[in-house]
Design a protein around this ligand. Sequence first.
Ligand code: TRP
Length: 462
Amino acid sequence: MNYICILNPKHTNILQSSRGSFTSRFGATVAVGGSVVGLGNIWRFPYIAGENGGAAFIVVYILMSLLIAVPIMLSELSIGRQVRLGLHGAMEKLAPGRPWKYTGTLGVATALVIVSFYCVVAGWALNFLGRSVVNDFAGQSPAEITGGLKLFIDSGWRPVVWMSVFLALTSGIVFFGVEKGIERFNKILMPLLALMLVGLGVNSLFLDGFREGITFVLKPDFSKIDGGVVFQALGQAFFSLSIGMGAMTVYGSYVKKHESLPRIAGTVAVSDVCIAILSGIAIFPAVFTFGINPTSGPELVFMTLPNIFQQMPGGYWISIAFFAILFMAAITSSVSLVEAIVVWLSEEFRMTRRRALALATGTVFALGSLCAVSQMEGSSLRVWGMDIFDLFDRASSTVMMPIGALLIVLFAGWAMDKAMLRAELTSEGRFARRLFVPLRFMIKWVCPVVIALLFLNQIGLI
Ligand code: TRP
């Protein structure tokens, strides 16, 4: 769930004078929280956790979210609040004429890659919403549900159609500029989503696979951890917290000077982690109950959920509500990702917003279709042993976002004035004064070193 726009650096004065801000810390926390909670928690977290052995991965993921991702998020928020601009404009203003601003360009490229596969998954969610309404899953066995999903994906054109419907809705919202209205839903949607997950978690207690599922999620086997697992955990933390691409810089620019950034970032990160774990607790007992392989990949959650709803009392309605909420969570994110691309296009190439939107939508349609079609059985659209969907999914969170994050912390730690960083992190000495020294140490040294080491490890240099 999200609403951002990367601001136009060339019109900063206009924007500065007309720029609104969040009215309270609660408002800011909900808006940032709305950004981070999305398909990343409900769809991606369980499948990545499943592939990486469960509980041990989850422990590393929590550590990465709280220790590494939070300082990065704080760097982004600080940069944004300091100059009240998006990443590209902010870096240009703080370090004029230097190449830092291309971090913002990388952020836009990351948004494009993410939104391409995000729309495909959101299309699945939309298809599942439609099928829930017509009660299509009724009476199907787990094998039939899995088989149905495979048939759907293998048809190639059906996922493209659903993705297109989703993309058209996204572009329509961007076109009519009704994001603000959508954003208001966040306040209702997020608690509702959390509540539904708690409900599904309670329901898990009664499933045969409860013990096995909970053991998988909560009982770590640390022998399963290697460099690759840690790297996946880092990527998931970045993806789920929307960091490393400038989204948080825009939010930071809306936060009032007297609010505490560490409090906002801390609350958001803890909530995001909790929602992901709730999703794990809802999913994995069912995965084991219905004999689904936890390493099934991106399809995992979609294979599992219809089975859960079928055995629940009132499952028909719960299923509709769940996929509707998932769809809403996804569309608020895709709107902001498309918006980021549109603003960049219209600034860099002096295009009208209409043209920029048409071009962005066309590009996302082409790339998204490529992702969807590459998932067909026997498709030759493969690179390095991955289909295009997988490639985009992996490349964004394990290459593009970490590089973006690395540049952002290096900027905040080394290029940005220390007094400025302190002013932002402590809200001019109001809060968390004692936190500044350790936080800056994390930003300056620990985050860059951890990201760099994991990178070098992944490319086989160490
Ligand atoms: N965090 C979002 C999710 O969990 C996905 C995301 C990543 C995102 N980067 C973003 C959303 C930037 C909006 C803007 O689903």
